[in-house]
Design a protein around this ligand. Structure first.
Ligand SMILES: NC(=O)c1ccc[n+]([C@@H]2O[C@H](COP(=O)([O-])OP(=O)(O)OC[C@H]3O[C@@H](n4cnc5c(N)ncnc54)[C@H](OP(=O)(O)O)[C@@H]3O)[C@@H](O)[C@H]2O)c1
Length: 311
């Protein structure tokens, strides 16, 4: 009998909490790919609503700030793995509504951890490059062993959740990522915002003093599923294979999509509610060593070219 045939026994249940969001929906796209089938993963979705969830995917309504509901639903599903993508992700809004940010980004993960403890599920938590203070010089990126020093309230909540996970005793994988991009009908990201403006010949001003490692969303989803397959544990930096400042990112967008570069003005100051790290680029040597030649980690050119081909 073929070992590739799925039976209920050999299916690994993976519950994606936050499945309606940008990363969640991209993870679900892989449910029918060869990689996914060969891994025997049963991807199950949970979120506040199911507006983006394909009809063939099992969906559960879970509000992670509701302890009882989270515990009951996760106990019933009994997943092998929970991938927690749900969060309050608007960095400036977290500065404005700190109570809600704490509820969603700290108490939410805490409720998930308690449920995972009960069911013996492994937790994969998606964290952020913003937990670092960004004081490293250009040319240097943050490693998993570097000590975080979050500047914004959003980053503080995400790091607090990491600390709770470290001391929880459950099996975990923390994946820190940054500047997710790709086509998204639900909301704009930094790159689709740039592309929209340039396409309409609208001038934009972009800061030169914030460095990131932009991460192509479909590539991140693949990386996460590979880490599931490899049963990776601990902390991994999972970002694009590049470190560019925001102005350079915008220039690359214009270059690859053949829009007018002179629409982009470099600036060195931007009024934002939350402080951003100056250099939030992440070192992915550990990830590269684990993946070897099995999966390419996209740089910005790769991601933008992919987007251009699927416009
Ligand atoms: N986007 C980035 O550039 C970026 C960078 C670094 C790290 N990250 C991390 O990556 C993860 C995924 O980000 P993303 O861009 O996919 O976020 P997203 O698109 O905002 O998705 C988050 C999902 O979680 C849901 N959610 C919010 N509060 C919830 C609650 N109380 N209970 C259950 N679900 C809730 C959201 O629903 P609503 O939309 O209805 O609120 C949304 O569907 C997050 O943990 C984020 O911190 C993202």
């Amino acid at each position: 009998m073929s070992t590739n045939i799925k039976t209920d026994k050999n299916l690994k249940k993976v519950l994606i909490v936050g499945a309606n969001g940008f990363l969640g929906t991209n993870l679900l796209r892989f449910r029918t790919s060869h990689d996914y089938i060969s891994q025997n993963l049963d991807l199950i979705a949970a979120d506040l609503d199911n507006s983006n969830i394909p009809s063939d995917v099992q969906f559960h309504k879970i509000n992670i700030t509701n302890h009882e509901q989270t515990r009951k639903k996760i106990t019933k599903i009994a997943p092998d793995i929970v991938i927690l993508t749900a969060a309050m992700t608007n960095v400036d809004q977290c500065e404005v509504n700190k109570n809600l940010a704490t509820k969603v980004n700290v108490e939410g993960p805490f409720n998930i951890i308690k449920a995972c403890k009960k069911t013996g599920s492994k937790l994969i938590f998606i964290s952020t490059d913003f937990i670092f203070d960004g004081m490293k010089k250009r040319g240097y990126s943050y490693k998993e062993t570097d000590v975080p020093n979050p500047l914004s309230y959003y980053a503080k909540t995400k790091y607090e959740a990491e600390l709770v996970i470290f001391s929880s005793g459950i099996e975990y994988l923390i994946c820190r990522t940054g500047v997710l991009y790709g086509w998204n009908e639900k909301k704009l990201n930094f790159i689709t915002w740039i592309l929209n403006n340039l396409e309409q010949n609208k001038p934009i001003s972009i800061i030169t003093n914030q460095i990131n490692s932009p991460t192509f969303i479909a590539n991140l989803a693949q990386i996460l599923l590979k880490l599931v397959e490899k049963e990776a544990k601990g902390i991994y930096h999972t970002v694009g294979d590049c470190a560019l400042n925001r102005y350079e990112i915008a220039l690359k967008c214009a270059d690859i999509f053949e829009y007018h570069k002179d629409l982009i003005t470099p600036i060195d100051h931007l009024e934002q509610k939350a402080i951003r790290p100056k250099n939030a680029s992440l070192d992915i040597t550990k990830l590269k060593n684990l993946l070897g030649s099995e999966l390419k980690i996209f740089n910005l050119d790769d991601g933008l070219k992919y987007m251009r081909n699927f416009k």
